[in-house]
Design a protein around this ligand. Sequence first.
Ligand code: KG4
Ligand code: ZN
Length: 333
Amino acid sequence: MEKDILTLGIESSCDETSVAIVKNGREVLSNIIATQIDIHKKYGGVVPEIASRNHVESISYVVKEALKKANVTLEDVDAICPTYGPGLVGALLVGLSTAKAMAYASRKPLVGVHHIEGHIAANYITHKELKPPYLCLVVSGGHSHLVHVKDYTKFEVLGKTRDDAVGEAFDKVARTIGLGYPGGPIIDKLAKEGTPKYNLPKTHFENLDFSFSGIKTAVINFVHKEGENININDLCASFEEAVTSILIENTVKALYELKIDKVAIAGGVSANSYLRNKMEEAGKKNNFQVYYPDLVLCTDNAAMIAAAGYYNFMDGKRSDWNLNAVPNLKIGE
Ligand code: KG4
Ligand code: ZN
């Protein structure tokens, strides 16, 4: 029997302070998430300086809770894996500095993790049988990428957004309609009561890139022009339909190009029920298997970071004390 490997993940790239312990990259022993959503709600979005300060206040407690809940000590942990990018620099630094201090004091290896690779790895926790290669559609508040996951630590970006990320479009549309922050879950709920009867523009490119600012602007202009006459539920359904059809079209195109029959969805927007259903429908029609993480693992959390950290650790990756926060870190770097 090989020894179990425990990784401790730390996530603080945006507005969640989270620490988790994961066994062998797949089994969550603890996943403590302190969310700041209620604090940022009144500003209509995340305020970076406020996020950093709240991370500082929460981090020690969250670390202690994660170890306690997993019933382990720092001594039992094999590697300490913080997100070091992409994200808000001040926010990232809190988790990264904590990880460095813990790794130095306990003489454990430090393994920096890419936030998006973490989102992708969330699927390994939910689907124990999932193995590369597969295609991953990463859709979060900051990113919209089609990624060829060639191996656990080998990625190729096939297409990405040329302007807004999908989650960002959800949040801006929700703000325009006056639905509050974050917009994704609210639009998801209201759209279930509506029909996609409003026509919104869909941008297509020759390659696998995306664009969502046109849809967002069309919704904003429509709301300003039509005002009270709009049925909000129908508008939410129309917006979701437009976004989802673009995402699925490119996904299917990429699957054919790569001759792959597995697609995973990851990131905050992978929580969207319409996207999940439509992707499954497309999978049945085009013969591909669809994977997405449990709801709690879709939005930012440290279990996904610990899972990605495990595969990097097993691959021999070690970070040194000079590891810095990289706000615009590219995937695969
Ligand atoms: O992955 P995440 O927690 O943070 C980033 O890495 O960006 O994603 C947050 C984004 C927000 O834009 C939020 O509105 C969106 O995910 N989101 C959703 C849903 N739940 C969260 N979007 C659509 N439908 C949802 N159910
Ligand atoms: Zn994220």
